[in-house]
Design a protein around this ligand. Structure first.
Ligand code: GTP
Ligand code: MN
Length: 600
């Protein structure tokens, strides 16, 4: 990552000259409240403000969704920028420049290539666009679009285009513009190599062209639809350095603003569904375009909203796609509901037939995805006792995907009421499914495991508190670095996030640099969010007796560490024995005996 290639001093200097309160205020209204400024969180939808900005620390944190960090993290999140781009953006604001040599030569090259590829795609989209707007060749496409209700204005709105029925239209055009043929052909796949001495020929011929943008509005790919019933219906740009279809959502660059504003997003399958929704006053729709929804998609959407409506085709494939999307989106903590339309319709055809108002009603009636799954499963399973039991089991298992145990509980009751099966029984099944999805896969038997535990269970509330308390005391200068440095950091900080912060802070202490400030330059965004949460949370009684507190925290954590290790050792010993590694076996046995003795 290029995160670290911009000089720390410059990152610092820019941050010094900027007030995070000003930057955030340009996106949302903030009100002073005690030491902080508060507002409605732009990263999840809420009615009472839990989004806090602290001017003295120059950090933000949302108690609702947990987002947090410094001014760079804020800009990255809200604008979808990379770290270097966020730094550049703010540098401009304060009249500083980020030297280009801040990038490594490899990064520089990649950046240049990306720019070139986006320029080429952009030129292709523009070429096709002009051919659709004017000229004889485009007539057939204009007629097609007119039939679907698209006039010149909507053609401009979506930058639609037309690829003529010629073999080398685009190839020649891009060559005349001076773009390198290798980039056009080998990197973007807009053309293909001709046979035996013939020139490259176009990928798209006789198709309606739809440019696909990234969040910043760069054309990353193009989709081309036939104008009749021939197959394949769509051809899309192949994957390229600028296009990974699992990470791009069609229309996100225009929809994201509306998603934030409306507190909700709509996910559809097709380009034409997305366009139809936009044209009918639903600007918060995006399309997946022929791929199943990926975890990357889910995380991308989560930047803008935490509530999503799945508006898929009303057929078997659409229903399956909705259930697959459920598996991906619920674990991200997104709230997901399924919109049902009349059978056989897709969003586009529904809008044509029934209009925007009917659509709005359907959106309002969206069913929480788990309920949708429950309905489908129970409907399809029939009346037999065994079939009912299997269905109930499947549903109880699926409830593991819910993040909230209150929600889980509510669905368990519903399921119990609908099947007549005891709720407690169902609940146990869900609990097992939850535990199984949380336990890391069993350690491999061979080769002999390393003596250090690699994976740890997530820390409980008590452990979390102890780690945070110690870190906070350290950051506030209440305990010395030696208190932490002399110890086994894995034991004191079982959570890798807190541990990374501790390690970074210890390094800063060794360099005699200010800790909180330095951390802001060194931590990756996720850890920075943790730090912001830590600094923002109120710890009233915390700082009275740091020495006593430190003893307590250490005791809690070291005890936990020893116990975890003790639980893990028998398995490691068995594995060592099975592998015939007697040396390791003896060592592990001895460790176990010592731990057991300590406990007595
Ligand atoms: P219309 O039929 O014109 O309304 O288009 P649509 O966008 O609604 O397409 P459809 O519902 O058939 O398919 C949904 C999406 O899947 C499309 O928008 C494409 O992104 C993708 N898709 C459909 N057919 C093909 C195909 O033949 N090849 C590829 N690569 N993608 C396809
Ligand atoms: Mn469709």
């Amino acid at each position: 990552m290029s995160t670290r290639s911009i000089p720390e001093a410059l990152i610092h200097e820019i941050r010094e000259r900027i007030d995070i309160v000003d930057i955030v205020s340009s996106y949302l209204p903030l009100k002073r409240s005690g030491a902080n400024h508060q507002g409605l969180c732009p990263f999840h939808s809420e009615k009472t403000p839990s989004f806090n900005v602290n001017s003295s620390r120059q950090i933000f944190h949302c108690f609702g969704c947990g987002e947090g960090g410094n001014v760079y993290s804020f800009l990255m999140k809200i604008e979808g920028l990379s770290f270097p781009d966020a730094v550049r953006r703010l540098a401009e604001k304060v009249g500083l420049t980020v030297p280009d040599e801040a990038m490594s030569p490899a990064e520089e090259k990649r950046r240049e290539e990306t720019e070139l590829l986006l320029r080429i795609n952009g030129a292709a989209a523009e070429f096709y666009h002009q051919l659709l707007l004017e000229g004889d060749e485009g007539k057939v496409a204009r007629r097609y679009l007119r039939q679907r209700g698209y006039d010149a204005e909507s053609v401009r709105q979506f930058q639609l285009g037309f690829a003529p029925e010629r073999w080398e239209a685009l190839a020649r055009h891009l060559q005349e513009k001076g773009f390198p043929v290798e980039a056009v052909r080998d990197r973007l796949g807009l053309t293909r190599a001709g046979k035996e001495g013939r020139g490259d020929y176009d990928l798209f011929r006789g198709r309606l062209m739809i440019p696909i943008y990234d969040v910043r509005g760069g054309v990353v790919a193009l989709g081309g639809r036939v104008l009749d019933d021939s197959l394949p219906k769509y051809i899309n740009s192949p994957e390229s350095p600028v296009y990974h279809k699992g990470r791009v959502l069609y229309g996100l660059h225009t929809a994201r603003e509306a998603m934030r504003r409306l507190g909700c997003g709509i996910v559809v399958e097709g380009y034409f569904d997305q366009m139809a929704l936009h044209r009918n006053g639903f600007p918060h729709a995006v399309a997946t375009c022929g791929t199943a929804l990926t975890p990357d998609h889910a995380r991308l959407l989560k930047r803008y909203t935490d509530r999503l409506l799945l508006l898929f085709d009303q057929d078997k494939a659409g229903r399956q796609a909705a259930l697959r999307a459920m598996e991906v989106m619920l674990p991200e903590g997104l709230s997901v509901a399924v919109v049902e339309l009349t059978d056989g319709d897709d969003p586009d055809s529904f809008l044509v037939r029934h209009g925007a108002e009917a659509m709005a009603k359907r959106l309002e009636a969206a069913k929480p995805v788990i309920e949708y799954y429950m309905d489908l499963t129970l409907e399809q399973c029939g009346d037999g006792v065994e079939a009912q039991a299997r269905a109930a089991e499947a549903i109880a298992d699926k409830l593991r995907l819910l993040k909230s145990d209150i929600e889980r509980d509510l669905y368990l009751r519903t399921l119990s009421a609908r099947t007549g099966i005891d709720a407690a029984l169902l609940g146990r099944r869900t609990a097992v499914a939850v535990a199984q999805s949380e336990t890391p896969p069993p350690a491999p038997r061979l080769p002999v495991p390393t003596p250090r535990p690699a994976v740890r269970p997530p820390a409980s509330g008590k452990l979390e508190r102890a780690q945070k308390t110690m870190l906070r005391m350290f950051l506030e200068g209440q305990i010395a670095a030696t208190e932490l440095a002399s110890d086994d950091l894995e034991a004191l900080f079982p959570d890798s996030g807190w541990r990374r912060i501790a390690v970074a802070a210890l390094a800063l202490a060794a360099e005699e640099r200010p800790l909180v400030d330095g951390l802001q330059e060194r931590l990756e965004p996720d850890d920075l969010a943790l730090l912001a949460a830590l600094l923002m949370e109120a710890h009233e009684a915390l700082l009275d007796e740091p020495e006593r507190l430190l003893v307590d925290c250490r005791q809690v954590l070291l005890k936990h560490h020893a116990e975890a290790r003790r639980r893990q050792l028998p398995e490691l010993i068995r594995a060592a024995a099975a592998a015939g590694d007697t040396g390791a076996e003896a060592e592990l046995l001895q460790e176990l005996q010592q731990l057991l003795k300590k406990k007595l």
